[in-house]
Design a protein around this ligand. Structure first.
Ligand SMILES: O=C(O)C[C@H]1NC(=O)NC1=O
Length: 245
């Protein structure tokens, strides 16, 4: 039996539930999904400032997950905030939903498009493409130009915009697959894949299966080199709790 810690780095419980439901739908019968979010932080993550705040909450959750002995951690925000820091802290694999979705897309198509929320998030997605080495695989990036929490307001408007952007991207980008650029879009991928007839990939689902694969292969975060545990030192104030000791 596996336990995967699904961390929504923003503090919006509705989004956590959407991701958790999707993760549980794709998880293998023996896999438990433990969905969490930081006790304090940003209700949505829409830029570098929000990501810096969210990263601390991610680390606190990763520490709790490590103590609980989880088999993997998923950072379920398209900016993958705190990913490398989390890998230093963790023993088990740590997978960001952006890298998971991008890797999955490159296995299925020579070019993929990204559909995300705000135009300023496009810049963050571009940074990730560069960091992960996927720039030449990404044909284009699109934004629905609505805030992240529009996906959580029950109106369905954001979901409709995602659908429209995916249809347009399929027509115009010359890409064979689409990556959904927000954890809150997790529940849209399967329906859009059927409707569009091309892989529309959600990073939450992709990350769940990647953690399961790594666990099955008995592979985990390398502690040799820069992802070794953090150097012990007296962290002060609110950060004292992040010590591994
Ligand atoms: O940047 C975005 O649009 C997506 C990103 N922000 C967030 O709060 N969850 C996310 O997946």
């Amino acid at each position: 039996k596996l336990c995967i810690q699904l961390i929504n780095p923003n503090t919006s419980l509705g989004m956590t539930e959407v991701m958790a439901a999707t993760a549980r739908q794709v998880a293998a019968p023996g896999t438990e999904i433990w969905a969490v979010c930081p006790e304090e932080g940003a209700p949505s993550i829409e830029g570098h400032f929000d990501e810096a705040i969210a990263a601390i909450g991610v680390l606190q959750q990763v520490k709790a997950g490590r103590a609980a002995g989880v088999d993997g951690h998923i950072i379920a925000c398209f900016g993958d905030p705190g990913l490398l820091a989390a890998r230093e802290l963790a023993q088990a694999p740590v997978i960001g939903i952006a890298e998971a979705a991008m890797h999955m897309a490159t296995l299925l198509a020579t070019r993929f498009s990204i559909v995300t929320t705000l135009p300023r998030t496009l810049t963050i997605a571009r940074h990730l493409l560069h960091q992960y080495g996927f720039e030449r695989h990404c044909a284009a990036l699109h934004a629905i130009d609505l805030p992240v929490l529009a996906l959580d307001d029950g109106s369905g408007l954001a979901q409709q915009k995602v659908r429209e952007q995916c249809i347009a991207a399929k027509k115009s980008d010359g890409s064979g697959a689409i990556v959904l650029g927000c954890g809150g879009m997790a529940d849209l991928a399967q329906e859009l894949t059927l409707e569009l007839g091309i892989p529309v990939i959600d990073g939450v689902s992709a990350a769940v299966k990647m953690v399961e694969s790594l666990a099955a292969l008995r592979l985990s975060t390398s502690k040799h080199g820069d992802l070794d545990y953090p150097i012990e030192k007296p962290l002060s104030g609110r950060f004292a709790g992040l010590n591994l000791g």
